[in-house]
Design a protein around this ligand. Structure first.
Ligand SMILES: [Ca+2]
Length: 188
């Protein structure tokens, strides 16, 4: 009887442990902080299933254990895919107001020093570019073969219309780089 009780306790402990060691739930969420701020977060773990407002799933790759910044999945650019997984949405689907600025935060890992590696914000009217801005990721002496966090602030001075489309993505100039945990914040 004593032995059975012991097994039951071990069982409960094992169950409790395995529960608590589970990784936190993947985030591919959209949430509104207030009427002046909308956030889209994506850790790329569910990207292959297809997430509204995100595209270019062909760049999603599974990394060996411990190599992704979060979980197992990242977006890879190389000489075949020059553009990364992208946020793509019509402005009126994001908020009733039009954005004054966009902040892109995330993590990148480049296998080489690549001065052209950048994150791009493109706002277009039926594919005719209205705003195009690029943020260079390796300008301030960031080293290769290491994950680095970046924050790109894109101010928008141009007059926008609700039907314009915004695209946010990385450009690798045919060199290998990885991206993970992308957060896009729209400010209105
Ligand atoms: Ca990830």
């Amino acid at each position: 009887m004593k032995k059975l009780f012991f097994i039951a306790i071990v069982g409960i402990m094992a169950y409790g442990c395995s529960n608590s060691s589970n990784p936190p739930a993947a985030t591919d969420s959209q949430y509104q902080i207030n009427e002046n701020q909308v956030v889209f977060e994506n850790d790329l773990e569910n990207a292959l299933a297809g997430i509204p407002s995100w595209s270019n799933e062909k760049t999603i790759v599974k990394m060996p254990e411990g190599k992704a910044h979060s979980g197992e999945y990242v977006s890879k650019v190389d000489d075949v895919n020059m553009y990364s997984y992208a946020f793509k949405e019509t402005l009126e689907n994001i908020n009733k107001k039009l954005p004054k600025s966009v902040v892109v935060n995330g993590w990148f890992y480049s296998e080489v020093m690549n001065p052209e590696l950048g994150f791009v914000m493109d706002i277009n009217d039926n594919n005719k570019s209205v705003v195009w801005k690029s943020y260079r990721l390796m300008d301030d002496g960031k080293s290769e073969n290491q994950w680095h966090e970046f924050t790109a602030n894109f101010d928008i001075e141009e007059t926008l219309k609700p039907g314009y489309q915004i695209k946010i993505f990385a450009y690798g100039a045919k060199k290998i780089a990885y991206f993970d945990d992308i957060k896009v914040t729209f400010k209105f």
